[in-house]
Design a protein around this ligand. Structure first.
Ligand code: GDP
Ligand code: K
Ligand code: MG
Length: 293
């Protein structure tokens, strides 16, 4: 029996549904999803194993023009995802017309890597629009495989999955066959907390926050977790905590519930807030949080 394995990297503009697609393909909620751009900051691997294949998906931050150092690191993740791919998934929304980064797009379509071009959010589009857009993309990128999907409603995901397997090179597996991701458990705790912050706070607050899990202790019946929410300024600390601590309590309760589902175990989650001045522009801090090698 021949074995296939390879890296499948999902790229595209912010908010087109990359993380939703990866979770649908992997069947686990590995990537956090919100309606805000820059929800995904890291490159996150999701591994799917079959008897004769291993697909290593990577979800990436959306393509943007970097304005500060954290965003530059985020774009390095996107570029690295492009360089080591066996198959590229380029995702757009059906309704999207202009590309935010034409040069980057041209680099992709002129590379030798097979490209699957996905038109997502078909559930929000009319039949007419869909047909018109399929035509448009097939003409623009004749060498690509174009599919219309809904990552949210899991429409056409199977078709894409089988196409990926077809395009994978013959290779032994790269990771142990029971491994689901390359990230440690603490990473998913940090991300889940950050997701709740993205959902419940406005303006610049989510973007100035980083979460670090200081301890993760798994006992027989419970996982005891202590995490710190880092902000850049004193005023932001007050906003995160909220009146009588109500805001941070809500974050803690919602994150804990999701984590209990994710780990399939009871979770005790202890949250506190700390000021870490200008961490987003600080090389050492960015390394510490895993944004730089
Ligand atoms: P990313 O920034 O590209 O990773 O996009 P996300 O996966 O975080 O999704 C951004 C927003 O689009 C979220 O609110 C998703 O629920 C929504 N979304 C993703 N896929 C679909 C889809 O197929 N249909 C609809 N209607 N919304 C979607
Ligand atoms: K998003
Ligand atoms: Mg994302």
């Amino acid at each position: 029996m021949t074995h296939k394995a390879g890296f499948v990297n999902i790229i595209g503009n912010p908010n087109v549904g990359k993380s939703t697609l990866m979770n649908a393909l992997v069947g686990e909620k590995l990537s956090i999803i919100t309606s805000k751009a820059q929800t995904t900051r890291h490159r996150i691997l999701g591994i799917v194993n079959g008897d004769d294949y291993q697909i290593i998906f990577s979800d990436t931050p959306g393509i943007i023009k970097p304005a500060y150092e954290l965003q530059e690191s985020m774009m390095d993740f996107v570029k690295s995802a492009f360089e080591d791919a066996d198959v590229l998934i380029y995702m757009v929304e059906v309704g999207e017309t202009a590309l935010k980064n034409e040069a980057f797009f041209n680099k992709i379509i002129h590379s030798k890597i097979p490209v699957i071009l996905l038109l997502n959010k078909v559930d929000k589009s009319t039949q007419e629009e869909v047909e018109e857009k399929i035509d448009y993309w097939k003409k623009k990128v004749p060498s690509s495989y174009v599919y219309v999907i809904s990552a949210l409603e899991k429409f056409n995901i199977d078709t894409v999955f089988y196409k990926i397997i077809e395009l994978l090179p013959e290779s032994p597996p790269f990771y142990p066959k029971d491994q689901l991701t390359d990230k440690p458990e603490r990473f998913f705790v940090n991300e889940k907390i950050r997701e709740k912050i993205l959902l419940h706070y406005k303006k610049e607050i989510p973007y100035s926050v980083e979460v670090e899990t200081e301890s993760f202790v798994e006992e027989d019946n419970i996982i005891k977790i202590r995490s710190v929410i880092m902000v850049e300024r004193e005023t932001q600390k007050g906003i995160i905590i909220g009146h009588k601590g109500n805001s941070i309590k809500r974050v803690g309760t919602e994150a804990r519930k999701d984590l209990e589902q994710f780990f399939e175990k009871k979770v005790f989650l202890d949250l506190y807030v700390k000021i870490n001045k200008n961490w987003r522009s600080n090389e050492r801090q960015l390394k510490r949080f895993g944004y730089k090698d």
